[in-house]
Structures are given as structure tokens and as C-alpha cells.
Design a protein around this ligand. Sequence first.
Ligand code: SIN
Length: 486
Amino acid sequence: MDLRNPDLLRDKAYINGKWVNALDGKSFQVKNPYDNSIIGNVPDMSAGDTKLAITAAEKAQKTWSSYTSGERASILKRWHELLLLHVKDLAFILTAEQGKPIQEAIGEIRYGAAFVEWFAEEARRIYGDVIPSHSKDKRLITLKQPIGVVAAITPWNFPNAMITRKIAPALAAGCTVVIKPAEDTPLSALAIGVLAEQAGFPQGTINIITTNDPAPVGNELTANPIVRKLSFTGSTKVGKLLMSQCGNTVKKVSLELGGNAPFIVFKDADIDAAVSGAIAAKFRNTGQTCVCANRFYVQEDIYTAFSEKMTEAIKQQKIGSGFLETTQIGPLINDAAVNKVERLVNDALLKGAATKIGGSRMDLGSGNFYAPTVLTNLTPEMTINHEEIFGPVAPIFSFKTEEEAVALANNTNYGLAAYFYGRDYAMIWRVAEALEYGMVGINTGRLSTPLAPFGGIKESGIGREGSKYGIDEYLEIKYLCFGGIE
Ligand code: SIN
């Protein structure tokens, strides 16, 4: 790989401040989803390696939590500067292992670094309270203390930013971490680790376990009583399993799980703005984000106009290798991802849907490409209405009334993000309040920022990441009752 700083590309995992192989010497290959070429080889670790990382994190936590918040903030700020200094190399590694277009990868590195900056600042604002007492001889105080060792299990769709979104608040709070990146994208995690080491985190504060067999590592992270908190981003299915595994040791959990985001367009909306919001909400990372629009509901009066304009906008998108500066849509992560998209589209077509554009695989690179697709003539019972697509397909349903749109949007077990476009002021308030989602984009297709709370309700998860609330996930409240005060 052609990097300015080749030191960022590692073939070892990071435990207790040392770059190490797996205890049993096993390793696995990392592939570029564009052409399946091999771009790296990393340790294939298991439960034994994970135990070592947890023990190191436990030891380091005593030292790290004794640092003042200012000392922790300085190291986080140094790390933030280093991440930005290496933005191009980090983006290059990200595109190589994940496939997303290089401009988007640069965006992700900046997004990821912004969490480090934000939580470096929040480290100094971990305030307790003085509570007006119930009794003359007592004083009531609360302290906030770090929860302890944190396990962070992170996804392949944001190999950089989902790590910093979890570990920056954990570190700012005084916790230490064991990270398990996704098997498809371990290289970005290791590169982040190189820069964290340079920033000066004490040994054992950050540990990175790479593995191609997540179950034994996940079992250890969830069963080990030393780990006091699990933060996971990934599928609802795996989230439920991890949550149940954490039950035995009553760990605190944060789960950022699947979505089934509705994108509603009311007849009074600015249609051009809605189309550009729809493209942003649908095709970011080739449709592979938890907040990607999954179902479009368009009021019948503007249904044809919106579908036509959406189809035209998709024709303009450039598809290909993420390394081409002009590419807007890259490959899907692997063959299984393409198969899933194919299954959902075929089911809809069999049940009567029509294709306005796309509707099939594309013969490009490795073959992990699916053509950007618009489907019309849809009915609610089609599988595509209920399952997260995680690919570049826009199913457009029609609706008649506001009540119907809200009911259709809420008819799901998921509750992560929802979007809608419209102009009527009262309707905007009614719909924003009625949507059963953790996040709602109103007249915008992009809502992610480190400054705002990211997270879902229902089966989309528990807890919030980013914002002033994000650090609370890594803190315990301790209540002190001072008695005998005359
Ligand atoms: C995700 O897909 O899990 C995260 C997307 C985001 O942060 O915007």
C-alpha cells in the first residue's frame, strides 16, 4: 500500500502497549472489497489473547483514572492532532479495506477525529451535584466515576469513526478499553492504535484484539467480570446475543443496532431538496449505514415527480473503485452483502414491484457491486419494507394522508433514524413528535454529528453516543451521604 507513513500499516495486534502476534501464532488475510486483492495480514486472536488484554486494561485503569481530567484531555488532544495530520493515509487504509469512496473515507477520518476533540473537551466537565438535603445534619453529594474496563465491539461500515465514538468518551471518563474491530476492517483500528501510542496513552489503556472468529473473543469480553461495560455497534441479532451474554455479570451496555429508516416526502415539500436529501440519506457508504433511508414514503400527488427526479439523480452517480477521486458509489463489503440485496429486490419484483433503474448486480471489480436501484409499485408486505437493505436500493411507496405516513413509518420493530420533508409548520411538529425514532431529520438527509446524541429506541438499541450525553455511558454516579454535621 502506497502510504506516506507506512508505519501505520500493522500486522500485529496491540496489547499492554506492545505489538503482538496471537498466542497460537494464527493470522488471517484482509482483502480489498473492490478486487479481493490481499492488502494485509493480522493476528487471528482468541479468548486467551482477549484475557491478556482485559488484564492489561484493568491494571492500566488504576493509573489512567488517577490522571487529572486536564492530563487526560491533553493526551486526547494530541491524538486528535495526529489523526488529522495523517488523514490521507488513514483514509487510504480505510478505502482499501472497506471500499468506500476516498472522499467519503476522508470525511469519516475527520468525523472520527471530531469525537476525540469533543470528548477531550468534555473530560473537564464531568460534574457531580450537591443535593439540597432532607435533614439538617446531613449533606448529600454525587460524584461521577469511570465505570472501569470497557469492551468496544465495532463494525466494518465505519472502521474509524465508530471506534473513536466509543473509546474517546470512555478514555475521557477515565476508563480503559479493549477494542475488537470487525474482521473485514482491522487495519484502520490498528492504524488508530499507532497514533494513540504516539499520543502518549499509558501502556494498557488502549488494547486492540484482531480476530477472524468473533465468537470466542465476544464470549470472553461479555463473560469476564473485569469488563464493566460493553459498547457494541452492529446488527440487532448480534446485539441481542451480546446483551444476553452480559446479563450474567450485569454489565452496563450501549447498543447501536440495525435500523429501518423511513424517509417521508409530503406534497408541500421542496421536491428538489427532498431528492438531494434522499440521495444523501440513501447512498452514503453505498447504502451501508444504520441510518440510511430504507423505505421512501411519498404522498401520492407528487409520487411520479419524485420517482422520476430520483431516477435522474441516480443516473448522475459515478460508480467504481473507491480510489478514483470521482467515485460516489463503491462496492458492497462482500459477496454475502450483494446476495442479501439481490434477495430483497427479487422478492419485491416477484410480488409486483417495478424497476425504474438498476435492479441487478454489476460486473465491476470483484463483483461486489449492485447497481443503484429505484423500485416503485411497492406494497407493505414485501420483505424489503421490513428488513434493513444495507445496499444502494431505494424502494418508493406511496401514501395518502399524514396519519397513514406516520403509521407506515412506525410499523417496525426498529427505531433508529427517520427523515421527512414538508413545509407546513404545524404538520412538522406533529410528525416529529409522532415518529417513534431516536433521531429525526427534518428537511435534511444528514443528521450525524459528534455534537448531537446518536442512538435508537425499540430494537435499534440502548444508549446514546456523541454529544454531552455520550460520556455518561462510561460513568457511574456515586452518592455520598455526609452525616453528623451540627
Ligand atoms: C452507523 O451506520 O452505524 C453510523 C452512521 C453515522 O454515524 O452516521
